[in-house]
Design a protein around this ligand. Structure first.
Ligand code: NAI
Length: 506
């Protein structure tokens, strides 16, 4: 295979630069490594030799391939030695003036058709290229850490980037086996923008004391299939990395409420409680293993009360079936008896409001999250309201845990936990489509590969039902009076149709 770029220069050979160098060599390019730190390029080459040695031992490379790959990589000790490159990718310090200076120097050295690429994750590609004589030759080429395992790369067009430059980078990414996605030059590009919903909304839930960190993590993993809970994820990424990203995207969008960061992470960052790498974040770590607080035990209840279900409950027939399967005594009269446990299943509204609106006795009213089909989840989530009697709370907990399924009790909030977080993720994704940050297809691919979500955000919206997502958001706007929950026009328009199966390109 003939690589689209014969000779590739890498400037900055830290964690990212060496991963990108590995990819370029594997695509068949000759690679020149340059780092301003003496010895850094050599140690990157040694690290690559080690990586290819390991791949060879595992049988993923032949001994000859291993030799050929390493022979294609050389170190240079001056920027001027990059003059023969057809493409130069920088992965240096994230400072705009430094990147601008580097590209001006490179532009003076390289032939006019050479491509310049920045691996920036937070700076504007347009701003980096603004001072160049040929800004059309520069694009963003944004990789994720660790590069060889995170097989997605964002190709970002600045305002003046030539379309052919993006096409060439896209083709090159395919040559080393990554999935390229195309993004406009907007804050956070695709993956870091789409990722705003998960952590920020989970932090809002915790800041309202609806549930603690560990409970929220359990709920989102067990109900929606996320591999890591939002707090586990923040501990892994570390707040010194993720909090500044939250702030930067929020500020770059001129304080758009959807991206508003949390004082919780600001304070933890200030206090150095940043995550797993320092032994303490939302969880405490012993030798890298998180101490997970035990789940509250299921209360023992001698006699379970009869159960009455609100006629307005979401998935009411399924809830009845579930109650039957659990052996509950179900009341079917128009009104609950004086003994009944009263169940409501709101979408986006809080249990307290429903009890008031439906004239239900709040002391016996409990909410259950029925947004998802019970059979498809590993956990049930129940919410009390401030007046719920402890005996009714315990009875509901015992009843829904009867078949051995995990149950979490949370405090009342518009939208429980999963509804809030998932509706926020879907809404942000819909707004990205509205803005034309990328195509819906690339959004789904980038989020699945870049964030490891169980499915793309638009598919998530379809799974829940777009009209349900809209109902959750409208109701949450009412409960919180917060513009962050206003549905994106894209979501409102397509809500009735389904999000991911559109004939329109955008
Ligand atoms: P790193 O600190 O491991 O490596 C940076 C390397 O660049 C160092 O070896 C340093 O000596 C060298 N360097 C700094 N300024 C230079 C200059 N003016 N000329 C030549 N060499 C220079 O950093 P890492 O993690 O590899 O990240 C590098 C870049 O990649 C940053 O711009 C960052 O935003 C971007 N990025 C980082 C990701 C990550 O997860 N670490 C993810 C995506 C992008």
């Amino acid at each position: 295979m003939q690589p689209i770029f014969q000779t590739v220069g890498i400037v900055g050979t830290g964690a990212m630069g060496r991963g990108i160098a590995q990819m370029a060599a594997q695509a068949g390019s000759s690679v020149l490594l340059f780092d301003m730190q003496p010895g850094a390029a050599d140690s990157a080459r040694l690290a690559l030799a080690d990586t290819w040695q390991k791949l060879s031992v595992k049988g993923k490379l032949t001994p000859q391939e291993q030799v050929d790959l390493l022979a294609r990589v050389s170190c240079v000790d001056a920027l001027s030695a990059l003059a023969p490159c057809h493409l130069v990718i920088e992965a240096i310090v994230e400072k705009i003036e430094v990147k601008q200076r580097l590209f001006s120097d490179l532009e003076a050295l390289l032939p006019s058709q050479a491509v310049l690429a920045t691996n920036t994750s937070s700076l504007s590609v347009t701003a980096i290229s603004a001072a160049l004589k040929r800004p059309g030759q520069l694009a963003g080429f944004h990789f994720f850490n660790p590069v060889p395992l995170m097989r997605v790369v964002e190709v970002i067009a600045g305002l003046k980037t030539d379309a052919t430059v993006c096409q060439q980078l896209t083709e090159f990414a395919r040559q080393f086996g990554h999935t390229p996605v195309s993004a406009q030059d907007t804050p956070g590009f695709i993956v870091n923008h789409a990722g705003r919903g998960y952590g920020t909304e989970a932090l809002r839930v915790v800041s309202e004391r609806v549930a603690d960190f560990a409970t929220i993590d359990r709920i989102l993993k067990d109900q929606m299939g996320f591999r890591l809970g939002p707090f586990e994820l923040m501990d892994l990424t570390a707040l010194d990395v993720s909090h500044p990203v939250m702030e930067s995207i929020y500020r770059q969008y001129y304080d758009e409420p959807r991206y508003r960061p949390s004082v919780i992470t600001a304070q933890r960052l200030a206090g150095g409680v940043v995550g797993k790498k320092v032994g303490e974040g939302f969880y405490v770590y012993d030798n890298g293993v998180a101490r997970i607080p035990a789940e509250p035990s299921v209360p023992t209840v001698a006699t379970l009360p009869p159960v009455w279900v609100s006629p307005k409950a979401a998935r009411r027939p399924e809830l009845y079936q579930l109650l039957k399967d659990l052996g509950a005594h179900i009341e079917t009269a128009a009104q609950p008896s004086n003994l009944a446990l009263i169940l409501v299943a709101p979408l986006g509204l809080d249990v307290t409001t429903l009890a008031a609106v439906e004239r239900l006795d709040p002391t016996r009213t409990i909410g259950i999250d029925m947004m998802l089909d019970d059979a498809s989840t590993k956990r049930r989530v129940l919410a009390t309201n401030p007046a719920t009697r402890p005996d009714m709370r315990d009875a509901a907990h015992a009843l829904f845990a009867k078949d051995g399924k995990a149950v979490s009790m949370v405090r009342d909030s518009g939208g429980f936990v999963t509804q809030r977080v998932v509706a926020t993720i879907v809404n942000i994704a819909a707004d990205m489509c509205q803005q034309g940050v990328c195509s819906p297809k690339d959004l789904e691919v980038a989020v699945t590969l870049g964030l490891g979500y169980p499915m793309g955000p638009l598919a998530m919206g379809d799974r829940i039902g777009p009209t349900n997502v809209l109902e959750i958001l409208f109701n949450m706007q009412t409960v919180y009076g917060d513009p962050r929950y206003r549905p994106s026009p894209w979501l409102r328009r397509r809500g009735a149709l389904g999000l991911s199966l559109m004939h329109e390109e955008d």
